[in-house]
Design a protein around this ligand. Structure first.
Ligand code: SF4
Ligand code: SF4
Ligand code: FES
Length: 265
């Protein structure tokens, strides 16, 4: 990140945010925030990430999806007159007056190296790779830090009890931001441990999906080659039309839903 030495000192400003954040053309009140100790005036409607960009910072790291998915923008902040340290995702958290902000580039938490193909679903494998799991003292600070509302402590507890499936399901929403590890007095790399649990669960515990195996075998039997040839010969306009008019699975579909055209099933 680098800061432009440009001071913005009007009382209001056109906000450069998206439709979700601003009515286009509207003005938003400017509020003071502090980035790495320096004061900036930024529109109150912006997320931390956009406010920092408004202030002249350029993200060359610590920014990815901008949609709360990639976990790259972990941020620590404090509010004026409040002793607490808060954490959040810069792309999701809206600024508040007198926030003191610090962007966290990355927590270099321990990630165990293993030959995943040789691992089994025996929880002992996780215990051997991450013995620090048993340093957890169940303080729950990791859960409080999580911007995705993952019950991180419960994930660690499930693993200590050898329940990989429960840990995998509970940690499904983890985006690997690392904020849990930042608050852990047991110095656990919770997100790496939970990711290993999810990988073991998906690869070695959950039964293989039969429909997926069928689709893979249909593909290797060249069942779709003739239709792919038809698509390859279409012009752009026709391709667009076919794409627009394709039959889609409804957002809420029952288990037995099938498309009207079943020739490629
Ligand atoms: S579990 Fe940890 S790494 Fe995952 S989203 Fe929550 S705080 Fe981030
Ligand atoms: S912060 Fe660390 S010690 Fe506390 S509950 Fe979470 S994993 Fe356990
Ligand atoms: S930029 Fe991806 S979660 Fe914020």
């Amino acid at each position: 990140m680098s800061a432009k030495e440009e001071k913005r000192n009007s009382d209001t400003a056109e906000t450069p945010g998206t439709e979700e954040e601003n009515v286009p053309g509207s003005v938003a009140k400017l509020i003071p925030v502090y980035v790495m100790g320096k004061r900036y005036e930024v529109p109150e409607t912006l997320t931390i990430m956009k406010a920092m960009e408004y202030a002249g910072f350029k993200f060359i790291r610590g920014c990815g999806c901008r949609g709360g998915i990639c976990g790259a923008c972990a941020t620590v902040y404090r509010k004026a007159g409040d002793y607490r340290l808060y954490v959040g995702l810069a792309c999701q958290t809206v600024v508040e007056p007198n926030m003191y902000l610090a962007q966290i580039p990355f927590y270099p938490a321990n990630r165990a190296v293993c030959n995943f193909a040789q691992l089994t679903s025996n929880p002992e494998e996780i215990f051997k790779l991450y013995p620090e799991l048993f340093r957890c003292i169940a303080c729950n600070l990791c859960t409080k830090a999580c911007p995705m509302d993952v019950e991180v402590m419960d994930v660690m507890s499930a693993l200590k009890q050898g329940n990989i499936a429960k840990a995998a399901i509970l940690s499904f929403n983890c985006i690997q931001c690392g904020l849990c590890a930042s608050r852990c007095m047991g110095e656990l790399p919770q997100y790496h441990i939970a990711q290993l649990a999810r990988r073991i669960y998906g690869s070695k515990i959950v039964p293989r999906a039969e429909h997926l195996a069928e689709a893979v075998s249909a593909n290797s039997e060249s069942r779709y080659d003739a239709y792919l040839d038809v698509l390859m010969k279409m012009g752009e306009e026709e391709l667009r039309r076919v794409y627009r008019e394709r039959e889609m699975e409804p957002e809420i579909a029952t288990e037995d839903w099938v498309p009207n055209d079943t020739q490629y099933l």
